[in-house]
Design a protein around this ligand. Structure first.
Ligand code: SF4
Length: 378
């Protein structure tokens, strides 16, 4: 099985914290959509005819584009790839774009999962983040989506926002529970370099992000989701049993995927490639029928490091037997030796060769994984 990711690099306005590749001017939007269809045909052999189990429209803001463009991309994919029956087809949607007309059109064209960028149910936080929508719209669009028959829904929430007190964060979680949504992605607000947020904090115009507040929100989140029957299946992702995001889970489990559109990344199982992060360059390259890509062949060391990084972030953890089989004895010995100190300090559990992060370990997931990385030459 394999997946296809389609990157729609347009947004109504730039959120203050965002460092994804997207632009707020839609001048080249129609040409970009045509180029994505063209790229889908050019890249037809990348996944070697594997059945496609998941399609994911991400961005940027896919809900911004009109349904005829979306339909054209879907038709191109359906006619040139073998889409598996029951494939998961996700569309990222922002509350301000969601109308009854669009919901009906998305349903009619076979989109069966919506990922709604709520971020917060409070206007104060939405203003801090420079989101377009308000809290009423966030609530209304979720209910409208559910009434239209979109029950496979996920929402994004952000915690650690300076305007979000602990009580307010718990309030956001309570509202989420009341809406009966089966999947939630929750992220700590991070201040990325060269974002508007970074500049405004540096100039003293915005309150800085407090790490201790983020940690406290994360702990409350994990407890709340657990108390309400959600599986914490990846550091930032929670679902009711059976409602895993199939597309993202396949990433974390090392399945191949093809990325289409400016800046999209692809993974073949042993190599990566990524499209140029420039809309004009992307359109020009596709019009010349050349791939706008850079690529790299992954070494065994890189594949091992990725396995450790992504595996530890999930509830399935890393398996020492699998490491021995896939990467060999040296990697096995390094892994089981180096992880011992984290078991002793209560950050990792070990059972039947499975190694998983404890709640304390999850707070240091990336640093802990990089401590287990192997460099070429070990
Ligand atoms: S809508 Fe998403 S992709 Fe667009 S600017 Fe905001 S965070 Fe970035």
């Amino acid at each position: 099985m394999a997946g296809i990711y389609i990157h729609i690099p347009y947004c109504r306005q730039k959120c203050h914290y965002c460092n994804f590749f997207s632009v707020a001017s839609g001048k080249q939007l129609p040409e970009t959509m045509d180029a994505i269809c063209e790229e889908a045909l050019l890249q037809k052999n990348y996944l070697k005819g594997l059945p496609i189990d998941t399609l994911y429209f991400g961005g940027g803001t896919p809900s911004l584009i009109n349904s005829s463009h979306l339909n054209k991309i879907l038709e191109t994919l359906t006619s040139s790839y073998s889409i598996a029956p029951g494939a998961e087809i996700t569309l990222e949607a922002n509350p301000d774009d969601i109308t009854q007309k669009k919901l009906d059109e998305w349903k009619a064209m076979g989109i069966n999962r919506l990922s709604i960028g709520v971020q917060s149910f409070r206007d104060e936080d939405l203003k801090y983040l420079n989101r377009v929508h308000n809290s009423n719209k966030a609530l209304e669009c979720i209910q409208q989506a559910q009434t239209t028959g979109f029950h496979n829904l996920t929402i994004d929430l952000i915690y650690g926002i300076p305007t979000l007190t602990t009580e307010a964060w718990m309030g956001n979680l309570e509202i989420t529970r009341g809406l009966e949504i089966p999947h939630i992605s929750a992220y700590a607000l991070t201040v990325e370099p060269r974002t508007a947020l970074e500049v405004m904090i540096r100039k003293g115009k915005y309150a800085p992000v407090d790490e201790a507040q983020s940690v406290s929100h994360f702990k409350l989140l994990v407890q709340f989701m657990q108390d309400n029957g959600f599986l914490h299946y990846e550091i930032s992702n929670f679902c009711l049993p059976g409602s895993f995001a199939r597309h993202n889970t396949a990433y974390w489990q090392g399945e191949p995927y093809l990325g289409l559109g400016p800046s999209a990344h692809s993974f073949s199982g042993n190599s990566r490639q990524w499209n140029v992060s420039g809309i004009s360059e992307y359109i020009h390259s596709i019009s010349e029928r050349t791939f706008p890509i850079d690529s790299e062949q992954l070494t065994k060391v890189q594949l091992y490091n990725e396995y450790v990084m992504t595996g530890l972030r999930t509830m399935w953890g890393c398996n020492a037997h699998e490491i021995r089989q896939r990467f060999g004895e040296v990697f096995y010995t390094q892994f089981t030796g180096r992880i011992r100190k984290f078991i002793d300090s209560g950050l990792v559990t070990e059972s039947d060769q499975d190694y998983k992060l404890t709640l304390s370990g999850k707070l240091f997931a990336d640093g802990l994984a990089s401590d287990l990385f192997i460099t070429d030459g070990h």
